[in-house]
Ligand binder design. Sequence first.
Ligand code: FES
Ligand code: FES
Length: 162
Amino acid sequence: MAKVTLTVNGRTVSGDCDDRMLLVHFIREKLGLTGTHVGCDTTQCGACVVHMDGRSVKSCSILAVQAAGSTVTTIEGLSSQGELHPVQAAFKEHHGLQCGFCTPGMVMTAVDMINRHGGKLDENTVRHELEGNICRCTGYHNIVKAVLSANAEMHTGRQAAE
Ligand code: FES
Ligand code: FES
């Protein structure tokens, strides 16, 4: 057993867990944040993507003990003051989801992608970088549209603020 302390969605949290517990299970079972999904447990589907120290990671590929001391953001921590994050709003507007199972991971991956590319994203890059996120419903087209739309929105906002 180990005691793990980390910052999740801006709050310092602690929990006891087995040394072998995956971060995704710690987030869901110990913290009750069930927006992060488990689709495979074998690093294929991307449903479990969260941000750890600012970068997207598959939380089924990390042990909870490895995340000790880090800063994690889950889908529950993305909106601010009741407002959807621009990527969440774009998924809604462009129908980038059907059953919604893949959506938290898709959104977290997209936010990191947009942040890393500084607004310079094209369709090929989006499709390439979404390869680690599997959706069984949408055919991806509207997801890609949503990511590009959010990218444009976030980039324009950034330019306006500068
Ligand atoms: S549950 Fe982590 S990649 Fe599928
Ligand atoms: S919306 Fe159903 S798996 Fe993607």
